[in-house]
Ligand binder design. Structure first.
Ligand code: MF3
Ligand code: CO
Length: 248
């Protein structure tokens, strides 16, 4: 069942989104060669606490951190660790903020120092693909329209769309119906309605779209060791079009 949100719920999710977006802005300033993803995770916990919010991921299904920090060939759910980021790395920081019960979810891939031109292109295409998907989040459109817009933009650029992880409805719990695929056929799937709050979060690979799971049971990485990037927003579907709750 797809749960439509009340104005009150959306207001709290919007407040969570503002905190999340300002946290990402601070992370962007912190990321440079030498910092560890564990230091970033600790910063995020403190930042949320100062803003009266909590990290929803911590404790979720036994996950132990405030953030997911996925480096280079890690697609998602990388564990923050005590290891320095290096010049030329890319790192995706993903987090879910809970503000008085309102949730917002947003991931962003950051370059560390100077990255290769092919990595730069991956980041640009992945970010743009998120907005291609968001443009389709209109009342009366179908879920397939979102996935199709992302896939048909990404693949001609020479990249692939991860199939094993999806966006989702969000609020009052983190993962709600519907699943949002980042690939698919136009005009197919559930019709979008006013008051739906969803995430769109394409994970885009330089090489093949396949993923494999690490022994930790969480972290997914590319099968060929090539790079993967991800940008994610939480948005609400309104009469005036999609409203991004996590815009930086
Ligand atoms: N933000 C992630 C998502 O989009 C959540 C990762 S699962 C967690 O679904 F356990 F790490 F929280
Ligand atoms: Co999400």
């Amino acid at each position: 069942m797809v749960n439509l949100k009340s104005e009150r719920e959306i207001k709290l999710m919007q407040q969570a989104g503002v905190i999340l977006a300002s946290c990402h802005k601070e992370i962007a300033k912190l990321i440079k060669p030498g910092i560890t993803t564990l230091e970033i995770d600790t910063f995020v916990e403190g930042f949320l606490q100062e803003n009266g919010a909590t990290p929803e991921q911590k404790g979720y299904k036994g996950y132990e951190y405030a953030t997911c920090a996925s480096v280079n060939d890690e697609i998602c759910h990388g564990f923050p660790r005590n290891q320095s980021l290096k010049d030329g790395d890319i790192v995706t920081i993903d987090m879910v903020v809970n503000y008085k019960g309102g949730l917002a979810d947003s991931a962003w891939t950051y370059p560390v120092g100077d990255i290769s031109s092919s990595a730069k292109k991956l980041l640009e295409v992945t970010e743009k693909s998120l907005y291609k998907g968001i443009e389709q989040a209109l009342i009366g459109n179908r879920l397939g329209d979102i996935g199709h817009a992302i896939q048909t933009y990404v693949e001609p650029e020479g990249f692939s769309v991860v199939r094993d992880f999806t966006g989702h409805g969000i609020g009052p719990t983190l993962h709600e119906e519907p699943q949002i695929l980042h690939f698919g056929a136009p005009g197919r799937g559930l019709r979008l309605k006013e008051g739906m709050v969803i995430t769109i979060e394409p994970m885009i690979n330089q090489g093949a779209w396949g993923s494999k799971l690490d022994a930790n049971g969480w972290t997914a990485r590319t099968v060929d060791g090539k790079l993967s990037a991800q940008y994610e927003h939480t948005l609400v579907i309104t009469k005036n079009g999609p409203v991004i709750l996590t815009q930086q």
